[in-house]
Design a protein around this ligand. Sequence first.
Ligand code: MG
Ligand code: MG
Length: 279
Amino acid sequence: MGLFDRGVEIKTPQQVVAMRRAGLVVGRTLELLRASVRAGISTGELDAIAEDHIRSSGATPSFQGYHGFPASICASVNDEVVHGIPGDRVLADGDVVSIDCGAIVPDDSGQGWHGDAAITVAVGAVADDVTELMRVTEEAMWRGIAAARPGGRVTDISHAVEHFVRSQGRYGILEDYTGHGIGTAMHQPPNVPNYGRPGKGPRLVAGLALAVEPMVTLGTKEVSVLEDDWTVVTDDGSCAAHFEHTFTLTPTGTWVLTALDGGEARLAALGVPFGGVTD
Ligand code: MG
Ligand code: MG
């Protein structure tokens, strides 16, 4: 285990490398799923693809059994924002599906390390405002990650996410669900809200790992949970997008552990030093 500062788990460089292994499993699984999304496939089929890929990579799907969750991914379609349960629903042209995925990889001591990431994928041709929603949500995630600098505070990320989304138009930003610390567990302190003033929360230091995950809608920020006790839907039926990456700060910069290139390209575009090890 790493050192703890007010409940915040700080990873050693060796532990960050172990988290990178988990992050790559998640990132590769999501790319496989992105390539698998098409009209006519069910969310349950996507889940089976994910589980097979995670397990054949020597990892464990972290979502399975998490508070009783029955699958390896969350698959949330259209007005479903997050936590959709994969099943018989068949994707149709014009849908968008948000896929959230987590995996655990053990280090040499047997300690498991988590990765957590999400993408929203268009099924065929989607409406222009939905395409724009996806772009805004993904870019907001990157702006949030880019705002995390050593010596700053956690809500610097929150502020950057909100500021970017608000600069792009009228969107709903969920407040009831947040990003989070991650490491030996999927969800750890601190929470990483997607809105708010900068300069608050724990200090950002090398070895702190966070999942940044804006959830943005074309309408309201108000959401409800369906009777399955999981699926979060917008109250006004508006379409939603969700993007997530797990990242950490290292002594040399920022390393996006669930991005296949470690985030190097997107970080460079935002003027952030890359802090990863080239795989
Ligand atoms: Mg997630
Ligand atoms: Mg998460």
